[in-house]
Design a protein around this ligand. Structure first.
Ligand SMILES: NC(=O)c1ccc[n+]([C@@H]2O[C@H](COP(=O)([O-])OP(=O)(O)OC[C@H]3O[C@@H](n4cnc5c(N)ncnc54)[C@H](OP(=O)(O)O)[C@@H]3O)[C@@H](O)[C@H]2O)c1
Length: 497
């Protein structure tokens, strides 16, 4: 039997960047829900840090407001925040800040019997991270005498391979890998975790999950939103850094990985690293044969006119930033030889949908007629957004006729299992308190993902983009992306069908 301390370890969550958007919009509701559901210890404490001046009570009120405003309707009312909420005002570059933090931590910990468990959460501009890490090390805050210390690092993890390596080095001079939690909140989504279960808890899929039966895989993350208030960040990042380096390559890894020896952090992450290492390097001088880029112009989304990317606030009028990309990944290993993975993502697209579609090879001989002419392939779709679902498309006989067939669907909506799934940040926070790194990115994994994308990033930085904007908001991306697949004799799947 687990003890109460093992189930709900008492801990202090120290949020660097506590006055920012992430804290208010994502962390505050997550903490309030965990507190309501009794998923964190009654002795859980929060310490916020930023330059804005707040009293402890102001900071609690800000978190409360965030929890109320950003709790999705289907998740009920947020709960009370933990009893202990403190705020330390200061600049990350000021050593005195860390001395004040130590004082507050010791005060909190003395009241819970000297128990040290500390989570340092970097909800900070990425460039601030090395400095904070260095000060935590210098001030002796990276090691706990009575308990554990963990550090959570938000995405983006670096800007390219070199910066990710430097960030890893700076983290590892102060923390051990087992203390470092690199976030990719996609991994906390139920359907994303269900990829493991679908593949490794069922006997019927895995025998087909390889180059003998799969023709190709399509992964799509389509957003209807534009760049919103994050233009400053997005102008630098673009779609490859924002979506591909993390979420999309993670989805590809979970789809393509071998069964791990155990369902444990290092075993799972080792298999994902092997997938990334098997991805064929893009030739730097022919990146456009492997990737298409796009940027949205003005258009209509959900019936409302919206401006083009270059007209958005804080975006350069001649911006070269890609808001759409389609990339062909080839995984050179025994399982996937000859099976391309076509991955696309864009902002301001016609629909908001995230899904993985496994398209199987056609039957070798066609006896039957299909309404569309050709007999379509079977497709297994794993839907991640907006609703979570699994759907298998297969062919069935049309009643009455002898040889005519029609596509039908076997659907499993995740909601049929009952309770609304927990938001990603709740799950991730609980895993950090339990020391479970399975849903977090290991250092070498982050670097391998950058290694894969670096040649395309460099080629796109060097060469001017095609005439941007090249797709209207509210469409499915640039025409060049259609031609990109036609070259391989394939078509993009209709999103959501
Ligand atoms: N927001 C999101 O939806 C989202 C989603 C995924 C990942 N992320 C990542 O999460 C991190 C935070 O994002 P955010 O949107 O919350 O950023 P943000 O709104 O700009 O907040 C940044 C925070 O850092 C504080 N800060 C900055 N420089 C400081 C300094 N020198 N000393 C002390 N405090 C300082 C700011 O506080 P003061 O101004 O009060 O000093 C503020 O609290 C980023 O790495 C971002 O990429 C954000």
């Amino acid at each position: 039997m687990k003890t109460e301390e093992e189930i709900r370890p008492p801990a202090t969550l120290v949020i660097f960047g506590a006055s920012g958007d992430l804290t208010r919009r994502l962390l505050a509701p997550a903490i309030a829900h965990l507190s309501r559901d009794g998923a964190i210890s009654p002795e859980f404490a929060i310490v916020g840090i930023a330059r804005t001046s707040y009293s402890d009570a102001d900071f609690r009120e800000r978190l409360d407001e965030g929890a109320r405003e950003f709790t999705p309707r289907d998740q009920g009312r947020p709960g009370e925040l933990p009893a202990v909420v403190r705020y330390v005002c200061g600049d990350f570059g000021d050593p005195a800040l860390y001395a004040s933090l130590r004082g507050v931590l010791e005060e909190i910990e003395s009241k819970r019997g000297g128990q040290h468990n500390r989570i340092f959460y970097l909800a900070t501009p990425p460039e601030a991270d090395p400095e904070i890490v260095r000060f935590l090390g210098e001030q002796g805050l990276s090691r706990a005498e009575n308990g554990w210390t963990r550090i959570v690092v938000e995405k983006p993890f670096g800007h390219d391979l070199d910066s990710a390596r430097m960030l890893n080095e700076s983290l590892r001079t102060v923390f051990e890998e087992r203390q470092i939690y690199r976030i990719d909140h996609y991994l906390a989504k139920e359907t994303v975790q269900n990829i493991f279960v679908l593949r490794f808890a069922n006997g019927i899929f895995e025998p087909l999950w390889n180059q003998r039966y799969v023709d190709h895989v399509q992964i799509a993350v389509a957003e209807t939103i534009g760049v919103g208030h994050r233009a400053g960040y997005y102008e630098e990042a673009g779609v490859l850094r924002d979506m591909f380096q993390n979420h999309l390559l993670q989805l590809l890894c979970l789809t393509a990985m071998e069964p791990p020896v155990k369902f444990e952090a290092d075993a799972v992450r080792a298999e994902k690293v092997k997938v990334l290492q098997s991805i064929r390097p893009f030739p730097a001088d022919a990146a456009d044969d492997w990737a298409v880029r796009g940027q949205y112009g003005p258009g209509v989304v959900d019936g409302k006119p919206v401006p083009g990317y270059r007209e958005e606030e804080n975006v350069a009028p001649d911006s070269r930033t890609a808001t759409y990309a389609a990339v062909k990944f080839v995984v050179d290993n025994w399982r996937w030889s000859g099976v391309p993975f076509y991955v696309r993502s864009g902002k301001r697209m016609a629909k908001r949908i995230s899904e993985i579609a496994i398209e199987f090879k056609s039957v070798p001989h066609h006896y039957f007629r299909h309404e569309s002419g050709e007999l379509p392939p079977n497709v297994l779709r794993l839907r991640i957004q907006p609703e979570e679902a699994v759907s298998l498309k297969f062919e069935a006989k049309i009643p009455g006729t002898v040889a005519d067939v029609e596509s039908v669907y076997m659907d499993f909506p995740y909601s049929s299992l009952g309770a609304a799934s927990r938001g990603g940040y709740e799950r991730l926070l609980v895993d950090v308190t339990h020391g479970d790194q399975t849903l977090f990115i290991r250092g070498d994994e982050a670097e391998e993902a950058w290694r894969v994308l670096d040649p395309v990033l460099k080629a796109w930085e060097k060469e001017s983009p095609p005439a941007f904007p090249n797709y209207a908001a509210g469409t499915l991306g640039p025409e060049a992306a259609d031609r990109f697949l036609e070259k391989d004799g394939r078509r993009w799947r209709t999103l959501g069908k």
